[in-house]
Design a protein around this ligand. Sequence first.
Ligand code: BGC
Length: 253
Amino acid sequence: MPQKILGIDIGGSSIKAAIVDTDQKTVCGDSLQVKTPVGAHPDAISQSLKDIQNKFSWVNQEIGCTFPGVVQNGVIRTAANVDKAWLGIDAAAFFSDLTSCPVSVINDADAAGIAEIHWGDVRELLTPETTCLLLTFGTGIGSALFRGKNLHPNTELGHLMVNGREAESFASARARTQENLTWPNWIARVNTVLSEIERLLWPEIFILGGAVSKEFENFKPYLKTRVPVYPAHFQNNAGIIGAALSALAKAKF
Ligand code: BGC
């Protein structure tokens, strides 16, 4: 079992990477963040990945990678916030050829959820029957649904229609920045999304991830949910860590 895996989290706005120590359950050394190339075409992202691989001098070792869309057996099925040229590409094979390393690829929110459920604080609250939903707020809204530690992959709740609009179009972190929303105004939108999800899925725990999780204390007072909400333990590193963890144990997820 490899002890160190390079985790790469490809998002609509940025690509983050770090070496994950899977024994210590943490990122080791500095993490790296670069802007997602405009348009996020496969060729441009490939170049970013090669640069990252070189910066970490990563040769012939395992890489765990995320993608901001539906990923089934390494194949990209949706591309809401990246170039549509990704559709149908076997990203796991594509990145493996590119880097000459074994690469596994999963959805970004699923990766963040795997990190939180297995290694985050919330793991102590879970029974095998607990339904837990992680939502990531970034360029889009990602979701990862768990029953105990079992992931139901590719849930895509950011595209849930709420009051006639796609949830991520009005409640993502990007919408907050673009519309210059105050915390109460943004959280009012998030509350609408969370309450619709509560009505439909009856989760018992919410975890909020993405870069905004660092600001949890600022917006926590405005959250109005039936069930408890926790910030992502690994904050914005959850995707990197979960990508590595899933590469380590992909057969199990
Ligand atoms: C995509 C999801 C992704 C989320 C966060 C959504 O637009 O459809 O697959 O998890 O953005 O990146």
